[in-house]
Design a protein around this ligand. Structure first.
Ligand code: NAD
Length: 476
């Protein structure tokens, strides 16, 4: 078992003011994988004070220096990539092949991309009568969930460092270890002390102190809509910028003329990836009622390729959920779907007994779902797909938009031109067309209750900046 004894504040490993520990449990078998300190409000204050003290010097460094430090840290991550992968497999049950490729290598590459963007910020734009400059927003609190823990961290840390901000990072209770490894890497790097501070802690205990502290300028929060609202409330009295990346219940419209095999395969795989614990998962598949039987056949077939297994095994594609609590929540939704009268095509609440110690849930597909059922309205965050039949395209778009969320969406039509026409009508921050995949150069974020922030690429960088107008004597 790993024992992390200290927090990382002001360039030092320091003991927490509290004696409380957080146990990190391996969801594949219920064993305790690690313990970390549970920071308290005094630790929060120390970390924020350190970030404030470091801000002036760091934010005045030229872009080349900020970019070089980002690349140096990325090199350090590359050297310890397999340790980070192991931490993610053991703490949240992500199958090793997915953890290695998407969760770790993808995150390292994406982090590096912010080095190139740092220079965007040093330019001055001169207009008649004023000059516009872009500056770092200040001290940022970065709070993350457990589902893609390293990607979510670098999606905030990359732009924050590129912009010249200093940060206090709080990982999810379930997945702190890759953040601890990153702090060790940063400790060996040339990033000045205090620019990066790491607090492991319980969000509901220290979230208020972190998000209301008067020295904090911005909070970037990724997590549930419920906690996101609390974060915004805590930040409001001191008028902080609060960027929220929240939940989703994303629609996927397959039109009459689409290649059904390819379209359904894409949708099922999208939902089963990471055991359905992806905020942008396309969990509502909208299909022409006339094609329902065909869709069901393909969907069942593809789902059968997703078999439960030990996440440490390289062949496994469907590991456990991230915790037993999450498993209980997902099984509860499956029971609700059954009692609401949806057709259970495959999966369900009984995982094979060989997996009884782990937080496993089978690849589950409901058909004949109507959009007013609980399973179509609430985020399940597990390997559960809802197939919703529609009569015509207009109705499909109406159903797609009939949700409080607006994170992602997708369209598979006869061709890209048709798909773009439909995609433009969906109220969501992203729309994946004809089987396209996410890339970290594009902005990512939600409409409606999925949040107000944008992460990744140039839009993601903007969030960590302020624009200043320097007025000069212009031509009359
Ligand atoms: P969660 O909201 O319970 O926790 C997320 C983080 O917030 C954790 O670090 C937690 O400790 C912290 N937290 C909890 N209460 C807090 C409070 N009052 N103040 C401050 N921080 C607090 O969410 P979760 O269960 O860990 O993650 C799953 C959720 O995250 C899903 O809803 C998912 O859709 C969402 N998510 C969204 C995105 C996105 O980019 N939009 C990405 C991944 C996950």
């Amino acid at each position: 078992m790993k024992r992390v004894e200290k927090l990382y504040i002001n360039g030092d490993w320091v003991a927490s003011h509290s004696a409380e520990l957080i146990e990190v449990v391996n969801p594949a078998n219920g064993d305790i994988y690690a313990t970390v300190p549970a920071a308290d409000e005094k630790d929060v204050d120390a970390a924020i004070q350190a970030a404030k003290a470091a801000f002036g010097h760091w934010s005045s460094q030229p872009a080349e220096v900020r970019a070089a430090v980002i690349n140096e840290i990325a090199d350090g991550m590359q050297a310890r990539a397999s340790e980070m992968t192991d931490a993610i497999v053991a703490s949240m049950g992500c199958p090793v092949s997915i953890a290695q490729e998407m969760q770790v290598q993808g995150a390292i590459d994406a982090f590096r991309s912010f080095a190139a963007l740092a220079s965007n910020l040093d330019a001055c734009h001169e207009f008649d009568g004023h000059i516009e400059v872009t500056e770092a927003i200040g001290v940022c609190v970065l709070i993350n969930p457990w589902n893609y823990p390293l990607s979510q961290l670098v999606g905030k840390l990359g732009p924050a460092l590129a912009a010249g901000c200093s940060v206090v990072v709080k990982p999810a209770e379930q997945t702190p270890i890759q953040d601890v490894i990153l702090a060790e890497i940063i400790d060996q790097s040339s990033l000045p002390p205090g620019v990066f501070n790491l607090l492991t802690g319980v969000g509901s205990d220290i979230g208020g102190a972190l998000c209301s502290h008067e020295l904090v300028d911005m909070v970037s929060f990724t997590g549930s809509t419920l906690a996101g609202i609390k974060v915004a409330e805590a930040g409001a009295p001191t008028v902080k910028r609060v960027c929220q990346e929240l939940g989703g219940k994303s629609p996927y419209i397959i039109t009459e003329g689409a290649d059904l095999n390819a379209a359904v395969r894409y949708g099922v795989e999208d939902v089963m990836l990471n055991s359905g614990q992806t905020c942008s998962a396309l969990t509502r598949m909208l299909v022409p009622a006339s094609k329902l039987a065909e869709v069901e056949m393909v969907a069942k077939d593809v789902a059968s390729e997703w078999q439960l297994g030990d996440p440490a095994n390289a062949q496994t594609n469907l590991g456990p959920l991230s915790s037993h609590k999450q498993q209980a929540r997902v099984l509860d939704y499956i029971n609700k779907g059954i009692s609401e009268g949806a057709t259970l095509l495959c999966g369900g609440t009984d995982a094979p007994s060989t997996f009884s110690k782990g937080a496993y849930v089978e690849a589950t597909i409901f058909s004949n779902v109507s959009n007013d059922m609980v399973i179509a309205r609430e985020e399940i965050f597990g390997p559960v797909l809802c197939i919703i039949p529609y009569d015509n395209l207009e109705q499909a778009i109406e159903i797609a938009n009939d949700t409080p969320f607006g994170l992602a969406s997708a369209v598979y039509a006869e061709n890209q031109t048709e798909a773009i026409k439909v995609g433009r009508k969906i109220r969501a921050g992203q729309c994946y067309l004809q089987g396209a995949y996410f890339n970290t150069n594009a902005p990512f974020g939600g409409y409606k209750q999925s949040g107000n922030g944008r992460e990744w690429g140039a839009e993601g960088l903007k969030e960590y900046t302020e624009v200043k107008a320097l007025f000069i004597e212009g031509e009359a």
